[in-house]
Design a protein around this ligand. Structure first.
Ligand code: NAP
Length: 308
């Protein structure tokens, strides 16, 4: 076991980076696996984070960068690789990468977050990057002075609509129900913003355009009325899905694919822990992801001390 890491952390968003900080301070021999060096996870795509205590109105990218610098400063070892699968071996786990390489560790913390859900309608795939976007912060500037639509009714859709309304001439917010899911304060702001028009009870059936998006085919689910809405772009913000196939054989997941785990990060598999948006939980926020990372390392330490 001596060559093995104590801990492999998979993912470098707020949960993974907080786990890395706690693991370094606990003197655990740790490696963090990340898909790309732009650490930060989903917050990189968040224009403003205004509910992380002590750092009001921080840009998501800056917050992600600060967390990464913090983990770096403590000497964290990072490896850029895409994980293909995690296998259980004697006394621990083997994390196998797509290039065939692998690392072995006594414990694992999975902190891979969740990815954007697609609408799955005609035109979406073809016009991706040509007016179809999943990240208002990344692509919003291309639509300055133009007309865009945002699809969804959760926090992200509301935040995206508010962000886009600052630079776009007009923002349509298309929601499939007649009440929003997102935070009340965001709802108030959206409804008070003059250039945002909410299209309630409406679904997007097709995205049209030759080389770039030109219109959306919409349908009111109550009246069954259809309309062609002229827009220059559409931002799809209908939630996230965890990518957990790589560990499907070794740990229990719920029906949506989230790893079943409690606030200590403990899962159905001893030694395999989970932190952040990828686990079953009520509130997926930066602050709860960071707190998960800390708790999971505490659980790792306890687990390792019980193995001796
Ligand atoms: P979400 O809360 O799951 O909301 C997804 C929205 O998309 C819902 O309104 C849902 O409609 C709609 N939707 C889902 N599938 C759809 C489909 N096929 N067609 C049309 N509409 C569809 O997702 P999210 O907004 O991405 O947020 C993810 C998590 O991050 C949430 O827990 C959120 O609270 C958190 N978050 C927090 C902050 C913050 O605190 N600052 C910022 C961003 C995100 P229904 O309402 O009808 O289900």
């Amino acid at each position: 076991m001596s060559n093995k890491y104590d801990l492999t952390i998979i993912g470098s968003g707020p949960a993974g980076l907080t786990a890395a900080i706690y693991a370094q301070r606990a003197l655990l021999k740790t490696i963090v696996i990340e898909k790309n060096p732009m650490s930060g996870g989903q917050i990189l795509n968040t224009y403003e984070v205004d509910n992380y205590p002590g750092i009001p109105m921080v840009n998501g990218f800056d917050l992600g960068l600060k967390m990464r610098e913090h983990a770096d400063k403590l000497g964290t070892e990072f490896k850029i690789a895409t994980v293909q699968k995690v296998e259980q071996i004697e006394d621990g786990f083997r994390t196998v990468f797509q290039n065939g390489e692998a690392v072995e560790s006594k414990t694992v913390i999975l902190a891979t977050g969740a990815e954007c859900v697609t609408l799955n309608v005609e035109g979406e795939e073809r016009l991706k990057g040509m007016g179809v976007s999943y990240c208002a912060t990344c692509d919003g500037a291309f639509f300055r002075g133009k007309t865009v639509a945002v699809v969804g009714g959760g926090d992200v859709a509301l935040e995206d609509a508010l962000f886009l309304a600052r630079g776009c001439e007009k923002v349509y917010l298309i929601h499939r129900r007649d009440t929003f899911r997102g935070a009340k304060i965001l709802q108030q702001q959206v409804l008070a913003t003059e250039n945002i028009e909410v299209l309630w009870d409406t679904v997007t059936e097709e995205i049209h355009g030759d080389t770039t998006v030109s219109s959306l085919k919409l349908k009111n689910v109550k009246t069954k009325e259809e309309q062609e809405l002229q827009v220059n772009g559409v931002f799809i913000a209908i939630g996230n899905r965890p990518d957990t196939e790589m560990v499907a054989d070794i740990v229990k997941r719920d029906e949506k694919g989230y790893i079943i785990g409690d606030e200590t990060g403990t899962t159905s598999t001893p030694g395999f822990f989970v932190a952040g948006d990828v686990r079953t939980k009520a509130l997926r926020q930066v602050v709860t992801a960071a707190s998960d990372g800390a708790n999971a390392v505490y659980a790792v330490e306890k687990y390792l001390s019980e193995q001796i």
